[in-house]
Design a protein around this ligand. Sequence first.
Ligand code: ADP
Length: 465
Amino acid sequence: ASRRRDAMEILKGFEERCRTPADKLKKVAEDLVAMMHRGLEDEDSSCVKMLVSYVNCLPTGDEVGLFYALDLGGTNFRVMQVLLQGRNSGIKQKQRSYKVPSELKVGKLHELFDYMAERVAAFIREEEEGSDFHFLPGQKRELGFTFSFPVHNKEINSGTLVRWTKSYDMEDAMCKDVVEELKKALEKQGLEINVTALVNDTVGTVAEGRYYDKDCVAGVILGTGTNAAYVEHVKQIQKLRGSLQNSEHVVINMEWGNFQSLNLPFTEYDLKLDCQSLHPHEQILEKMISGEYLGEIVRRVLLKMAEEDSFFGEIVPPKLKQPYILGTDVLSAMHDDPSSDHNMVDQKLSDVLEIHDLPLEKRIIIVKLCDIVTKRGARLSAAAMLGILKKLGRDRRGTDGKVERTVIAIDGSLYGKYELFRKYLKDALGELLDNEVFQMVSLQQATDGSGIGAAIVAATHSINS
Ligand code: ADP
């Protein structure tokens, strides 16, 4: 058996392997750019699929009218009624959210879609009765469908599933057009509504970002998972082979969560997490960055400390052996707490892991561990963003010597609710870019790309106009 290490040794070894100095992050960004090029040529030879969204009309901010959105995510689906009033007058919305019953995630596709359509129809009928939101004269009902799984769009309103992710698995969905299936389900409800757009949540985030700010070129999700989309020149997309030639730009859904590179600071803990996950060898970047996993990485290191150094006493706390028990929200509560006695660590470990009365020096070690994991995730997110900026030539001065303003819209609770994650991400971007460029890059918190964004795409691709 190998020598038992003490907790400090485990911590130091882990810290060393998680280091992300600027030169390493730059290599990660370069590797991502190389994969982006490959994915735009032929996605089968790239770990990032670079899916073409067919969103080739970007909002100007002048869009007005009443639209619907249906957002199917990991745990819930939402129906929204969205009133666009133009950039300066804001957006009004009403919504209702429903849990997706777990048996419907692994059943037949039409069962899930019938279930959703029933609720969509009921929501629309209730909302339109005596509503203060009104259609423009002659306007038909339209809906943007956010389907946050990898999809091959054939057009803006047609597409087939590439593979299921998140705890979904419906075999009969493969090769079916998800828009056609949704239309059938809505027709059964006797509801007249046009499904105008099928979008990924990242694509919706770009659209929403652009509605509010004309300089928005990318949307990033940092929540349970991570992914990004950005606005690409059509002539840069070799795999299009002739389609979309009348458009200048189109939004690309990168599926960057699946990015892998030997330059990623991948540790023994990441390796085990990956091997024991639902989809091994997939979504490697996501497993190092996103909310689903950061707490789990910390748990695995703590478990090692408990097993090798009796960190929590003679017996290993049973709860600590339970995968995914430590959520990233718990991490942020312990880590964002500014008090010098780190009381929050004691409170959270007591609540979640039934570990009580932890002395201060151990609390400090735990905060340090959160710091290592979160800093690495945030800095890798910054490296991936640098990849987009590089691909667009926005990481440097333009040929005219000027620096363009660039906005990246970011959605998701990991970014929105974890202050230190946000800080580390921004600090890293500051290290990676020249100051004059960095000053022109604005990270904007998106409000609801997967809901409002989808309604905005329905507006820019409206059949009414
Ligand atoms: P989703 O990505 O599932 O659509 P969210 O953007 O709300 O939804 O992300 C939820 C994820 O964010 C959770 O899985 C959790 O890991 C993480 N999270 C939730 N609250 C916090 C928090 N306060 N601090 C850090 N991460 C959080």
